[in-house]
Write a protein that binds this ligand. Sequence first.
Ligand code: GLP
Length: 247
Amino acid sequence: MKIYNAKDYNDMSRKAANIISAQVIIKPDCVLGLATGSTPEGTYKQLVEWYEKGDLDFSKVRAVNLDEYKGLSKDNNQSYAYFMRKNLFDKVNIDLNNTYIPNGLEEDSKKECERYNNVIRALGGVDLQLLGIGGNGHIGFNEPGQAFEKETHCVELTQSTIDANARFFEDKELVPRYAYSMGIKSIMQAKSILLVASGKSKAEALYKAIYGEIVPSVPASILQLHNNVTIVADEDALSIIKEKGLL
Ligand code: GLP
């Protein structure tokens, strides 16, 4: 694992955007695995700026997102499909037909998960998978305790994730209880992984993910077994690792 220590959120965002840019430049028709949440927002903003300057071309890029809330339509402003359009897809020259995200309105979980696994396979796998990390160590919506061998599946969100994500909703009651998420197996099949983390609330999860035991109770710990993982984290997210003299 390569760990890059960013000064702050902006520095983290620029470093992460640089890594994604390099992927797009080296392989213009690459498959990017994309993530939502507040952590990658700055990364997307930076990519948009470089696109506007003429430094990046997304016309051949394919993008496949990690997850989506079950029950939300793509036009619901809390859906991850909406987030992706707002933060990236509507602002760069990516072809929307080359962007993929689970369909939150499909009630038949088995059908939707199979469809999404087939989408990922048909794309030939993910070249670079961007990940955030939940305060409880989750990646995508793979909550603690879930089997590592899963591909796309329907997840019952934990209370801590519902509480953490409630800040985006008008009312906590509106936070969906279920989500479709690529599984750990799908994530681990990406050729390379870029995890971004910012803030003290991620420090413990990040420490356990990188230096702890590889256990399903810390989903991100499985990343220790992947041979091409880059972590870009700011001072606060790295604070426990630094206190322990590990970096
Ligand atoms: C959600 C998303 C994750 C994300 C996590 C952390 O649960 N499904 O992909 O990593 O939130 O979000 P944030 O970056 O806002 O802390």
